[in-house]
Design a protein around this ligand. Structure first.
Ligand code: FES
Length: 172
């Protein structure tokens, strides 16, 4: 590894990349490295992707290509409340697209985006295995079942209420 360059990646990630560099075909560890970065920072930032390209000696375009190809990589930070709408078949049949449309309208953001205040982000998921509860929305670890578009405002208010309660607790 080149030592005169200051990287923004944390030392544990740099150590892992160094370990990969000792192996045959270090470039084949690209996805594993990106996974570690996302696990640590929650998403893949441009600067981190550039650093990975430099350190692993692969073209930057390849790193961006891999990051955008796979559904599980996020290129933007998640909101404090990560809203995920299941678009699996059972949920879709029961109107998941209308729920998604309602969240987008209420928050003024698109799928994959985060509100400016960093509070909410909208993602979609494939079947999460609870089709009997379709259509399903998860927000962080909380599952909302048989959601109707008319409930979207209430769900968002519930989350805002949680945030306010946390703030009060932090300041007391
Ligand atoms: S399709 Fe949504 S939980 Fe199975």
């Amino acid at each position: 590894m080149c030592t005169d360059i200051k990287y923004t990646l944390d030392s544990d990630i740099l150590e892992y990349i160094n370990e990969c560099l000792t192996k045959e075909h270090p470039e084949s560890y690209l996805i594993a490295v990106l996974h570690r970065i996302q696990e640590k920072y929650g998403f893949l930032s441009e600067i981190h992707m550039d650093e990975v390209a430099h350190l692993l000696g692969v073209p930057t375009a390849n790193v961006y290509g891999v990051s955008t190809f796979y559904h599980f990589f996020r290129l933007k930070p998640r909101g404090k409340f990560a809203i995920s709408i299941c678009l699996g078949t059972a949920c879709f049949v029961k109107g998941a697209d209308s729920i998604l449309a309602e969240f987008k309208k209420e928050l003024g953001i698109d799928l994959g985006d985060t509100t400016i205040d960093g509070l909410f982000s909208i993602e979609s998921s494939r079947c999460i295995g609870v089709c009997a509860l379709a259509p399903v929305v998860t927000i962080n670890d909380e599952v909302f079942s048989r959601v109707k578009p008319t409930q979207v405002g209430d769900i968002l208010n519930l989350m805002k209420g949680k945030r306010s309660a946390e703030k009060i607790a932090e300041n007391s």
